[in-house]
Design a protein around this ligand. Structure first.
Ligand SMILES: Nc1ncnc2c1ncn2[C@@H]1O[C@H](COP(=O)(O)OP(=O)(O)OP(=O)(O)O)[C@@H](O)[C@H]1O
Length: 555
C-alpha cells in the first residue's frame, strides 16, 4: 500500500470529493435488514445462517484486521467503577446465559467479543432488572454494546411488545411502532449505531432501521415499510417522520440517548422534549430510559432527571476523564506556523505499513476545506468532513478515510463524538476546542477498545480559556504537562479566564461557550467556534451550549 505521502495527482483533482464510483447515499439501507427471524406463539425462531451476510456484518473469519481489540483491553478491568442507586445488581463477568439470551451470545461471538467491557458488565444486569440508567464511561470503552446488549437480550427473550392498532400514515405505506428508540446527534453516528444493531440483531426477529437527515426520505420510508423494531435516529428526521404519521412511539419500551449530554444541551433539547414528552411515547414510568456518554456536565445531569426514574448512576473512571491508552501532547504553535508544524508531525507519524489514519480537528468548516486543500497540495491523501458538505460527500469522505484511500481526514466537531474508526492512531487538534468535554471526545477517536493512540494539540494564546481544565486532564491521565502551562494559567487568571475547567461550577446551563471564559479578552484572535457544523438537528441551531464542569453529582 503506498504511503500517505505518495504523490497522486488524481487525488488533488477531487480534493476528497465524491468520485464517479461513489457508494450510493445511505447505502446501508439497501442491504437486507439485520433480523430475518420470527417470533411465533411466544417463541423466538431465528432465521437460518447466511454466509454472505455474516461476512458483510462481521468480516472474514480469522482476518486479524477485523479484530478491533488492542493490547490494553484487559486493563479496562482495572478502572474503578461506581454504581449509585438503591439495590444495584451485581455486574456480570462474562457473556453467559443467564442473564444474556443465548441468541445474543451467539452474535456476540460472531463479533469476536470475548469479555464484556466494564460498562457492559454493569449495564446488562442493571437494564435487565428493569432499571433506568445514566452511564458515563471513557471514549472507546464499548458503550454501544452497553445499551444494545441488554435491550436486544430482553427483546430476544420476551418478544415484541403489543402492536398498536393500525393507524395509516398520511402519505401511504405502513406506520411503524419500534420497541427501542436510540437517538444520537450526528448522521454518521446514527448510521454507525444502526450497523452495530444489525450485527447483534442478526437472524433475530428484531428488525433494525435508521432515519437521519440529508438522505432521501423516500428510501428511508421504504426501509421502514420492511419493518422497524429497533430504530436508530437523528432527532430532526425523526420529528419529520412522526409529523408525517410514519412512525409512532407508542410501543417504545426502551429509549436511549447516546452522547446524552450533547442531546440534552441547548441545540437539541427542544427536539428531544418534543420526541419524548410531546408525542405518543409512553411516560417515564412505562419505558426504560438509558443515557450514555463519556462526559456529563453537571447541569446536564440535573436536566437529565426529567427523563429518568429510579435510575442507577454508573461511572467507569471519573466522569469526563480520558483513556490512559491515549498519549496526549500539547505543542505551542502560533496560528501562522500551524501548517508547517502539522506537515512535520504527519511526516514523522507515517508508518511503513501505511495502515494508520490521522484525524485533524479544526474549528470552522472553512478551515476544514482550506486545510484539506493544503494537504492535497502537499501530495497527502486527505479528505474533509463538515456540515457544509452534503450527505453524499460526508459519507464518501468517511468511507475513503475508513478504507485508507485517504488516510487523513480534516474534520469539524461533526466527527468529534462517537465515531469508531479503526486504525486512527493520531488525532491532531489543529485548533483546540474551547470546551474541555469537546477535547475529551475528539481525542477519544484514537486509543479505542484497548488500542493505544496519540493526540497532539496545538496551543497558543487563543486557547488560554482551556488551559486549566486541560492541565487537570493531562495530570489525571499521567501525561506530561508543558512547563509553559504554569505561565499560561497565571495569565488566564489575571484576565479572569476561569475557563471551563472541572470544578469551576459556574452552572448556567445553556451558557454559550462564546460568552464564557477568555473568548476575546485581550489575547488576540477571538474564539472561533464551529457553528452549524453538521449536527443533525435540522433546527440549524448547533451552537455549543454546555458549560463543562463534569463532576458527578452525589445523589
Ligand atoms: N466487549 C468487547 N470486546 C471487544 N471489543 C469491543 C467490546 N465492546 C466494544 N468493543 C469494540 O470497542 C470499540 C469501541 O466501542 P464503542 O464505539 O461502543 O465505544 P464508546 O464507548 O461508545 O465510545 P465513544 O465514547 O467514543 O462513543 C468498537 O470497535 C467495538 O467494536
Amino acid at each position: 500500500m503506498p504511503g500517505a505521502f505518495s504523490r497522486s495527482p488524481s487525488n488533488a483533482s477531487f480534493a476528497g470529493r465524491p468520485s464517479p464510483a461513489k457508494p450510493s447515499l445511505g447505502s446501508n439501507l439497501n442491504r437486507r435488514p439485520g433480523g430475518g427471524g420470527k417470533w411465533i406463539d411466544g417463541q423466538h425462531i431465528p432465521a437460518p445462517r447466511n454466509d454472505k451476510m455474516e461476512i458483510d456484518l462481521f468480516g472474514e473469519p480469522g482476518d486479524p484486521l477485523n479484530s478491533s481489540t488492542g493490547i490494553n483491553f484487559e486493563k479496562y478491568a482495572a478502572i474503578p467503577v461506581e454504581a449509585k442507586g438503591h439495590g444495584v445488581p451485581d455486574p456480570i463477568t462474562e457473556f453467559t446465559n443467564p442473564p444474556i439470551d443465548p441468541h445474543l451470545i451467539e452474535n456476540i461471538r460472531f463479533a469476536r467479543y470475548t469479555t464484556p467491557t466494564p460498562v457492559q458488565k454493569y449495564s446488562v444486569p442493571i437494564v435487565g432488572s428493569g432499571r433506568d440508567l445514566m452511564a458515563c464511561a471513557q471514549t472507546g470503552s464499548g458503550k454501544t454494546g452497553g445499551f444494545l446488549f441488554p435491550i436486544l437480550s430482553a427483546c430476544f427473550s420476551n418478544g415484541p411488545s403489543q402492536v398498536q392498532p393500525p393507524n395509516p400514515p398520511k402519505y401511504g405505506g405502513t406506520k411503524v411502532y419500534p420497541t427501542a428508540l436510540i437517538l444520537a446527534p450526528t448522521r454518521e453516528l446514527v448510521n454507525q449505531i444502526h450497523e452495530e444493531a444489525k450485527k447483534f440483531a442478526y437472524r433475530s426477529w428484531v428488525k433494525p432501521a435508521v432515519v437521519y437527515g440529508g438522505a432521501p426520505s423516500g428510501e428511508q420510508m421504504r426501509q421502514l415499510d420492511r419493518g422497524c423494531d429497533l430504530l436508530s435516529a437523528a432527532p430532526g428526521r425523526l420529528c419529520d417522520f412522526i409529523d408525517r404519521g410514519k412512525i409512532s412511539l407508542a410501543n417504545v419500551k426502551y429509549l436511549v440517548l447516546d452522547e446524552a449530554d450533547r442531546m440534552l444541551d441547548m441545540g437539541f433539547e427542544p427536539q428531544i422534549r418534543k420526541i419524548v414528552q410531546g408525542c405518543d411515547m409512553p411516560t417515564v414510568h412505562d419505558r426504560q430510559t438509558l443515557l450514555f456518554s463519556a462526559t456529563f456536565p453537571r447541569e446536564i445531569q440535573m436536566l437529565a432527571r426529567d427523563f429518568l426514574k429510579d435510575e442507577v448512576f454508573l461511572s467507569v473512571g471519573r466522569v469526563g476523564s480520558t483513556s490512559e491508552n491515549i498519549t496526549q501532547t500539547v505543542e505551542w504553535a502560533e496560528d501562522f506556523e500551524k501548517k508547517s508544524v502539522l506537515l512535520d508531525i504527519l511526516e514523522g507519524h507515517m508508518e511503513p505499513d501505511g495502515n494508520n489514519r490521522t484525524l485533524i480537528f479544526v474549528e470552522t468548516k472553512r478551515m476544514a476545506d482550506i486545510l484539506c486543500d493544503f494537504l492535497l497540495q502537499n501530495s497527502l491523501r486527505a479528505t474533509a468532513i463538515h456540515g457544509d458538505r452534503d450527505q453524499r460527500e460526508r459519507e464518501y469522505a468517511l468511507s475513503t478515510f475508513k478504507k485508507g484511500t485517504n488516510p487523513m481526514m480534516v474534520a469539524t466537531a461533526v466527527a468529534a463524538r462517537g465515531l469508531d474508526i479503526p486504525h486512527v492512531s493520531l488525532v491532531v487538534n489543529y485548533d483546540l476546542p474551547s470546551d474541555i468535554d469537546d477535547y475529551v471526545h475528539r481525542i477519544g477517536r484514537t486509543g479505542r477498545a484497548g488500542n493505544t493512540g496519540h493526540a497532539i494539540s496545538f496551543f497558543n494564546q487563543n486557547n488560554l480559556n482551556i488551559v486549566r481544565s486541560l492541565s487537570e486532564i493531562l495530570k489525571e491521565a499521567k501525561q506530561e504537562i508543558p512547563d509553559w502551562f504554569a505561565g499560561c494559567m497565571q495569565q488566564a487568571s489575571v484576565f479572569g479566564g476561569r475557563g471551563r475547567g472541572r470544578g469551576g461550577s459556574r452552572g448556567g446551563r445553556g451558557m454559550s461557550s462564546r460568552g464564557g471564559g477568555m473568548s476575546s479578552g485581550g489575547f488576540g484572535s477571538p474564539f472561533r467556534r464551529t457553528n452549524g457544523s453538521g449536527w443533525d438537528n435540522s433546527s440549524g441551531n448547533s451552537s455549543f451550549s454546555h458549560d463543562s464542569p463534569a463532576y458527578w453529582i452525589q445523589k
